[in-house]
Write a protein that binds this ligand. Structure first.
Ligand code: SF4
Length: 382
């Protein structure tokens, strides 16, 4: 029962911190890319009609694709897979790229969840990040989404910006809470090599981010989100009851998902794999290629078989991200023939003694201290 991730590698402008597989100069390829994506969906689906519980259009900026293309892609999914009428179908969107007719059209095509990259409610921070929208455009996008009938919205923010004060972070949090989304994702800025922001850092144009300030900002978010009725279900994600992101849950539960589109990653049939990154190469591969065996298309670049040790480590790292669910020791034993404590002798006990993990019944979970220090926990399972 694989989830589907569909990558759309187009943006109008590359944000200063972005290292995603996206391109601002290839917009003329959008239609031919949509056709290649449909070809890949058909190739991977074969005749098996596998049940698909969720579809996620990620990017890049999927809302730059025409509503017709989104509809055609979803029709192709329906033709090749058993997509339930209740399936969660998410589209990432940028404020400023959508209007009400567009939102109505993609909703009519089947999209039932929107995820907006907001990142900040402070205009100077949006300029620093080289986002193209204003916060006024966010408010407008949320209003138009509601008018178009969307009842499941996610808003993203970024914290830990160089020089970001608590007052300004609190303002961003309050501003998005006032928009009453069903789901909120909060990500700590990481400055990746190769990005303009990394160059600014190297040249001394900006201060390095302060991890202590970011920890304080995360702490404030914990309090404010709880105060507004959000459940903190994953390290960086909060939801109103019933609105957890089903697609991302499949990642965190270490379940199968198929990655389709340029540079997409997948996990299925005991393998991890990724596709060629360049959209032109991807399109050519799909135009000329032959079907390979499930779950791979002719655009696959690399396939990595997962050993039992890999699968155990991935299960620990992904499931510990789920703060209430954690790792179920009995389920882990049923899958791998030993409990986490047997598989990682001494490690779980030490992490518990250090206050980073806790045992709750049969479940191993991160402690609140472990939320922000999760990387110190995860590297033990790599
Ligand atoms: S909109 Fe998102 S994917 Fe596009 S450049 Fe900005 S951060 Fe990257």
């Amino acid at each position: 029962m694989p989830s589907l991730y569909l990558h759309i590698p187009f943006c109008r402008h590359r944000c200063a911190y972005c290292d995603f597989n996206t391109y601002s100069s290839l917009s003329e390829l959008k239609e031919v890319y949509a056709a290649a994506l449909c070809a890949e969906i058909t190739q991977v689906a074969a005749k098996d009609q596998r049940l698909v519980p969720t579809v996620f259009f990620g990017g890049g900026t999927p809302s730059l694709m025409s509503a017709e293309s989104i509809g055609t892609i979803l029709d192709t999914v329906r033709a090749g897979f058993a997509l339930s009428p209740q399936a969660e179908i998410t589209m990432e969107a940028n404020p400023g790229t959508v209007d009400r007719p567009y939102l109505e059209a993609v909703r009519a095509a089947g999209v039932n969840r929107l995820s907006f990259g907001v990142q900040s409610a402070n205009q100077d921070e949006l300029i620093f990040l080289e986002r193209e929208h204003t916060f006024a455009a966010v408010i407008e996008a949320v209003e138009m989404s509601r008018q178009a009938g969307f009842t499941n919205l996610n808003l993203d923010l970024i914290y830990g910006l160089p020089g970001q004060t608590m007052v300004r972070w609190e303002h961003s949090l309050q501003a998005i809470l006032a928009l009453e989304p069903e789901h909120i994702s909060l990500y700590c800025l990481t400055i990746e090599p190769g990005t303009p922001m990394h160059r600014w850092l190297r040249n001394g144009q900006i201060e390095p981010p302060d991890p202590d300030a970011a920890a304080d900002q995360y702490e404030l978010a914990l309090q404010m989100m709880a105060g507004h009725g959000f459940s903190h279900y994953e390290i960086s994600n909060w939801a109103k009851p019933g609105f957890q992101c089903q697609h991302n849950l499949s990642y965190w539960r270490n379940q199968e998902y198929l990655g389709l589109g340029a540079g997409a990653h997948g996990h299925a049939a005991g393998y991890r794999y990724h596709l060629v990154k360049q959209p032109r190469v991807y399109i050519r591969r799909m135009q000329e290629g032959q079907a390979r065996r499930y779950p791979w298309s002719s655009a696959v670049a690399e396939v990595i078989p997962l050993s039992r040790a890999d699968q155990m480590g991935e299960t620990m790292m992904t499931q510990l991200r789920l703060l209430q669910e954690g790792v179920d020791a009995a389920a882990f034993q049923a899958q791998f023939g030993q409990t986490p404590t047997e598989a990682y002798p001494g490690i779980i006990e030490t992490l518990i003694q250090n206050g980073l993990l806790q045992l709750v019944g049969e479940k191993i979970r991160l402690t609140e201290r472990g939320f922000f220090l999760s990387n110190q926990v995860f590297y033990h399972f790599v």
